[in-house]
Every structure is written in C-alpha cells, then in structure tokens.
Design a protein. Structure first.
Length: 215
C-alpha cells in the first residue's frame, strides 16, 4: 500500500530555523544520555523518539503495563531484560517483539517511511522550542519526512560510536553520509572517555550547530 500523504498544517514557532539533532548509533552507545544532556543544558529543547508509537503498539498488543515496559527500557548498566523471552509475549523478547512489529507488520503495510511520517505529525505541532533531539535514528527512510519538513540545512546527524556496541541482532544500522540529502550536516561523536568527556563533546557540537544557525 502506498504511503499515506500527511498534510502538515503548520511548522513550529520560535527562531527562524528550528534545529533537528538526529542521533544514530547502536544500542547502549549513549544516544539517550546525549539527548538528556542536550535537553538539560539547552533551554527550549524537546526530545522525541521514532520508536515511541511502535513500542506503544507492542505494549498494547501484549497487555504490558508501564512498569514492565520501564524495566525493559531501563538504561541501567547490564540490564538484559529486553533481550529475555517473555511469557506474556508468547516467548518473544521485548526487542524481538518491537523488531517483529516494525519490520513484519507496520512497514510492510504502511511503507518504510511510516515512523518518519508519524514523527512529522507530532513535530509539526506548534511549539515554543528551538531545537528537537531525536535519539533513535536508525533508518534513512524514516528521516526523510522530517528532513523534508525542516529542511536539510537545519538537520544534523550525530553518529555515536562506543567500543563494544554493535547493531548485532538489531534491524537498525549506521546511516551513511552519502545516503543523506545534500547540505545536511553529518558529525561523529566518540563515547570512549566517560560522561565528562561526552558532555564536553556534546556541548562543543551543539554550540557549533547553534552558532551556525544564527548566521
């Protein structure tokens, strides 16, 4: 079935150019930590997750409560619950259930861009924020509707690297710079030296992005 055509009624208010920070990297590499750092340290910033509608759907289908989903999604070091088979999910793990719902149910029915289209519906609402961080960008096709809405020159892909973190058993991947639209910003961030260094790297990158947006 062809992709649904979502009409954007209005774009966000605020500065002339709303900035979109897209974080791309494997599980546990620090994407959510970086998003939290940006949210805490820069006023009028909002956070968004491409996978929120997906995870809401999986939780609803299997009758999983907020507390159980929170356990799966916990960022506590060494948490493996999202990878363990669950009786309520007929033997699937939380991660397997989300991948199954995305790749075998939703995308075949509505198209590869569907979660990007849903993101556009949310991000096009009026807001007083100046910047949005999307912390789970793993598919090029999902980014395209967002890039189209805000403009490639206002979108920035931050690729996060951390030793020992890979896309094994995950449907997402690193997005190649050559697959991005022309004029879109592409940067690498190495999470190797601990939280202090990560915070410094993040600040330097975001400060540079905001400085460029003022020109």
């Amino acid at each position: 079935m062809p992709m649904v055509n979502v009409q954007v009624a209005h774009t966000p208010t605020g500065p002339k150019h709303h900035q979109i920070i897209m974080l791309n990297g494997p599980p546990a590499c620090g994407k959510d930590t970086i998003a939290d750092m940006i949210f805490v340290n820069y006023p009028k910033t909002r956070k968004y997750k491409m996978a929120k509608p997906l995870k809401d759907a999986v939780a609803g289908l299997f009758g999983l409560g907020i507390r159980m989903v929170s356990k799966f999604e916990s960022r506590r070091e060494g948490n493996t619950q999202k990878n363990e088979p669950q009786q309520l999910m007929f033997g699937m793990s939380w991660r397997e259930g989300c991948i199954w719902m995305s790749e075998e149910v939703v995308k075949p029915r509505f198209g590869k861009e569907v979660f990007g289209v849903l993101a556009v519906k949310n991000l096009s609402r009026v807001t007083s924020t100046h910047m949005t961080t999307i912390s789970d960008c793993g598919f090029r096709d999902e980014l395209l509707p967002v890039i189209k809405l805000f403009g490639a020159e206002n979108c920035h892909l931050l690729q996060v690297y951390r030793s020992g973190c890979t896309f094994a058993n995950d449907s997402r991947s690193y997005i190649r710079e050559t697959d991005l639209p022309e004029h879109m910003d592409f940067r690498a961030l190495n999470n190797t030296q601990g939280l202090r260094e990560l915070k410094q790297q993040t600040k330097a990158i975001i400060d540079d992005i905001l400085k460029g947006a003022e020109r």
